[in-house]
Ligand binder design. Structure first.
Ligand SMILES: NC(=O)c1ccc[n+]([C@@H]2O[C@H](COP(=O)([O-])OP(=O)(O)OC[C@H]3O[C@@H](n4cnc5c(N)ncnc54)[C@H](O)[C@@H]3O)[C@@H](O)[C@H]2O)c1
Length: 358
């Protein structure tokens, strides 16, 4: 895990455990820069975005339109007013003929097929498929609220698979390369206690997107036609949106409040200023596009509270639960609290010296 060339004692150099990390977002992806020109994130190519009426999806639509891409906006029929308003803004950027609004419930296969057919009949290709629609849903714990599990899996898992299966076959038949970006969550990687149903749904998105990436590259290596890459966009959700674990279900306090992207899913629709720890959806999307343009599969998004080194340490700690046979979710286990905190302190100290090797 942590590989330190020496063992460390307490050091005044060590940053505070809950210090406010500041991490500058990656620069926006710039298609006019010859060094970063990208065959998919490119003027004139087509982007299809589910969950486009709000938050990350809407920000992605704006950013991709700003690149000169044609945009198909898909969201629930109930979100039509928001989709229409966004489409009007995008039309100012790219022209009315380059924006489509297709009300689509990703839980309904006929809707997804209609979305695909409308896009191909209009523009004959898809460059970016942003498979982003998702719900937080009611809290679904391990012991109750089966209906919450059904609801969150219907959109976050089966909806993602249905969109992927409906589009990717067609994208593979295109001459030009294309990409699929599935929106997961760090909650599907580190599994913080709370909304277990949501965590499990996002763990499934991680798993199914890894499988997709493998199948696509195996197919390409075997000389299969078409070139489609897959990417997993991983955000951390707000602990204020997802309730804290109940006292009886955990023994140690969860870590300091994690950062997040301020969107409809995390309370932005109730008004108020963006909390300092959160990134805006635009910052998140710009970071994501820069990483995807660089060819990365796992796109982890930091924010103003949680820098990339903390993310890496938390992920390594979670993986070590499995590899070392520790109790499940030991990060929140009172017997491991001191060890975990020491691990994070040491990792941060090494990171600040440029010596963190994971
Ligand atoms: N905001 C965060 O911090 C955060 C963190 C981790 C993951 N995510 C993920 O990011 C994605 C986007 O969420 P957001 O934060 O922008 O939230 P948001 O609520 O602002 O946007 C989600 C959009 O998905 C749409 N949607 C929901 N169910 C749908 C369905 N069945 N069919 C079509 N559209 C549907 C909603 O109407 C909404 O417009 C989700 O997959 C979410 O799980 C967000």
């Amino acid at each position: 895990m942590l590989q330190s060339p020496r063992s460390r004692g307490p050091s005044p150099k060590r940053p505070a455990l809950s210090g406010s990390a500041s991490f500058e977002p990656s620069g926006a992806f710039d298609p006019t820069d010859a060094d970063t020109a990208h065959p998919v994130l490119h003027p004139g190519r087509v982007a299809v975005i589910t969950g486009a009426a709000s938050g990350i999806g809407a920000a992605a639509a704006r950013e991709l339109a700003a690149l000169g891409m044609k945009i198909a906006l898909a969201d629930l029929p109930a979100a039509l007013p928001a989709l229409t308003a966004l489409a009007a803004d995008l039309a100012d950027l790219v022209g009315e003929a380059n924006v489509l609004v297709v009300p689509t419930d990703v839980r309904v296969l006929a809707d997804i097929v209609r979305l695909r057919d409308t896009v191909y009949e209009t523009w004959h290709e898809v460059g970016v498929l942003m498979n982003n629609a998702g719900v937080g849903g009611e809290e679904g714990t391990s012991l109750d609220n089966l209906s919450a599990w059904h609801a969150v899996f219907a959109t976050n898992v089966l909806g993602v698979v249905a969109v992927q299966q409906t589009f990717v076959g067609a994208m593979l038949h295109q001459e030009n390369p294309a990409m699929v970006i599935n929106t997961g969550s760090k909650q599907g990687v580190t599994n913080p206690p709370g909304n277990t149903a949501y965590n499990a749904s996002k763990a499934a998105v991680k798993s199914l997107t890894e499988g997709l990436a493998h199948e696509l590259r195996t197919r390409a290596a075997a000389g299969g036609a078409g070139s489609v890459s897959a990417h997993l966009f991983v955000r951390l959700s707000s602990s204020s949106f997802f309730p804290r674990p109940r006292p009886l279900l955990h023994l140690a306090n969860p870590s300091p409040s994690p950062g997040w992207t301020y969107t409809g899913l995390t309370g932005a629709h109730s008004g108020g200023a963006k909390p300092a720890g959160a990134w805006t959806a635009q910052e998140t999307v710009r970071h994501m596009l820069a990483r995807v343009a660089a060819g990365e599969f796992y796109v982890l998004c930091p924010d103003n509270e949680t820098g990339p080194e903390i993310d890496q340490l938390r992920i390594m700690w979670a993986a070590a639960d499995v590899a070392q046979g520790r109790p499940a979710l030991s990060r929140w286990h009172r017997d491991y609290k001191a060890l975990y905190e020491e691990y994070i302190r040491e990792g941060q100290a090494l990171a600040s010296e440029g010596a963190l090797m994971l």
